[in-house]
Write a protein that binds this ligand. Structure first.
Ligand SMILES: NC(=O)c1ccc[n+]([C@@H]2O[C@H](COP(=O)([O-])OP(=O)(O)OC[C@H]3O[C@@H](n4cnc5c(N)ncnc54)[C@H](O)[C@@H]3O)[C@@H](O)[C@H]2O)c1
Ligand SMILES: O=c1ccn([C@@H]2O[C@H](COP(=O)(O)OP(=O)(O)O[C@H]3O[C@H](CO)[C@@H](O)[C@H](O)[C@H]3O)[C@@H](O)[C@H]2O)c(=O)[nH]1
Length: 443
């Protein structure tokens, strides 16, 4: 099939590349000229494991193309995906200006029947708005379908190629046939394509993200209580996760969720509730808990240094909002770095992928180390913000030679408590006892 994907951000690029991989002819359109130029030169602007292999194959074999020209991009396309940003507006609702602008531009450009697909995360009622906008200029028949995307950054290719499910909101039989044909190669593993009306499909996306955010915030609250009663949140996670009704995933306590989706989508769903005079109490709590959780480590760090961080050097491992991505949108690390700086601390950071993005944001306010160990040189403490695998099994002897004090504040529970006792570190983590080195009495 011939497809167009409008927007080459995370979702657009993965959607375009994966559909090219299943044999479709895909043209991706973006207004960002520099991005399109890079893509045309084989440079992928995001870090996503496995994407390069598919991207290189499909561009080389001519199935994946990029342009800044919308008319050229959609020429002959049977399906047009809108993978455009929906950032939070001032009142927390999803800002639809990018989507509606492209819908407005599309109308007069349609030359034959096409299925226009909302792939972006959009509030209930958006498909209707997009339809109305396109109708103003369109001379041909078209359908608008809601097909929310559930991929996770870092495992996006895997999630897209082997989706747990595909949700398609439409009541048009013609559009259903087109979408079924398109997704057939991806869902042959037995995972379903679930058809529903477009409003329910739009709501499904928000319900999924909000539910996962509830799960994380619930575990963060259990962790906070564990600290007070002397229990271990990781044991609780194992203890409840084995119950198939609860499930093992998304139960990891930490310094809060970040990223480009959970914070904005929970906020947008809360706004939808508010606009419809519904008091969605759980969502408000989830946002409160997450805000509180993100700033959980700072008081511990301050207390450890007797309330004064002036002149102290804090090393930070991990900047991305989670491992396997260079994305720093709403990353807890950023908020913590700013708080440490405002306390007068010096900050040295290391992340395997996200350093360049942080440098563009914070410039020379902080120091960027070339390796994880270099970040520790002469630092007073280590803070872990992202659980990159690289940080899991460090050489503690090497660390001892670099760090001024054997103290770690771990926002992601990367180490076992026994291991920390063995290496003699003061170790603060989330929802577990604080490990203090044993004091050996001389005879
Ligand atoms: N990032 C994720 O993991 C993820 C996963 C599922 C769903 N989503 C949703 O998908 C949507 C897109 O997210 P993203 O992270 O890919 O966004 P993004 O901000 O990374 O990328 C959006 C792209 O759209 C381009 N663009 C803006 N206006 C345009 C126009 N008029 N014509 C052509 N291109 C234009 C931008 O230049 C940019 O390259 C959002 O609604 C998001 O909530 C994101
Ligand atoms: O047990 C857990 C799991 C995740 N997180 C945090 O939650 C955030 C989001 O993680 P994840 O969901 O893996 O990343 P995203 O790439 O933002 O993916 C989410 O948001 C996307 C955009 O809507 C959806 O498509 C995905 O299904 C949904 O998982 C990160 O800060 C994680 O550190 C935890 O704190 N504990």
């Amino acid at each position: 099939m011939k497809l167009a994907v409008i927007g080459t951000g995370y979702v657009g690029l993965v959607t375009g590349t994966c559909f090219a991989e299943t044999g479709n002819q895909v043209t991706c359109v973006d207004i960002d000229e520099r991005k399109v130029e890079k893509l045309n030169n084989g440079i992928i602007p995001i870090y996503e494991p496995g994407l390069d292999v598919l991207f290189n194959r499909n561009t080389a074999e001519g199935r994946l193309k990029f342009t800044t020209n919308l008319a050229e991009g959609i020429e002959g396309a049977e399906v047009i995906f809108l993978a455009l940003p929906t950032p939070p507006g001032e009142d927390g609702s999803a800002d639809l200006k990018y989507i509606l602008k492209v819908a407005d531009d599309l109308g007069p450009l349609l030359k034959q029947y096409a299925v226009v697909v909302d792939k972006s995360t959009v509030p209930v009622g958006t498909a209707e708005k997009v339809r109305n906008m396109i109708s103003k200029g369109a001379q041909v028949d078209f359908d608008v379908v809601s097909n929310p995307e559930f991929l996770r950054e870092g495992v996006a290719v895997e999630d897209f190629m082997k989706p747990d499910r595909v949700v398609i909101g439409t009541q048009s039989e013609k559009a259903k046939t087109v979408m079924n044909k398109l997704y057939a190669p991806l869902v042959r593993q037995g995972n379903p394509v679930i058809f529903m009306d477009e409003r329910s499909a739009e709501m499904t996306k928000y319900a999924a993200n909000a539910f996962l955010a509830v799960k994380i915030s619930f575990m963060n609250e259990i962790a906070n209580l564990c600290e007070k009663v002397g229990a271990n949140v990781d044991d609780i996670r194992r203890g409840i996760g084995t119950d198939s009704r609860i499930g093992k995933r998304f139960l990891f306590a930490g310094i809060g969720y970040g990223g480009s989706c959970f914070p904005k989508d929970v906020q947008a769903l809360a706004k939808t509730a508010q606009d419809n005079a519904y008091d969605f109490k759980i969502l408000k709590s989830v946002m409160d808990v997450n805000a509180q959780q993100k700033s959980k480590l700072l008081p511990l760090i301050k207390d450890h240094f007797d309330g004064n961080l002036k002149g102290k050097t804090i090393a930070i491992w991990g900047l991305a909002f989670k491992p396997y991505t260079d994305d720093i949108r709403e990353a807890p690390a950023l908020e913590n770095i700013r708080a440490l700086l405002s306390e007068g601390a010096k900050v040295t950071v290391y992340d395997p992928e996200a350093m360049e993005n942080v440098r563009n944001l914070l410039g020379n306010q902080i120091t960027y180390a070339h390796t994880s160990y270099a970040a520790l040189d002469d630092a007073d403490a280590l803070v872990i913000m992202t659980e990159w695998p690289l940080f899991r099994t460090p050489d503690f002897n090497k660390m001892n030679l670099l760090l001024k004090n054997k103290v770690i504040f771990d926002g992601r529970n990367v180490y076992e408590l026994d291991q920390m006792k063995e290496v003699g570190y003061t170790y603060y983590s989330i929802g577990r006892e604080t490990v203090m080195p044993e004091v050996h009495q001389s005879a």
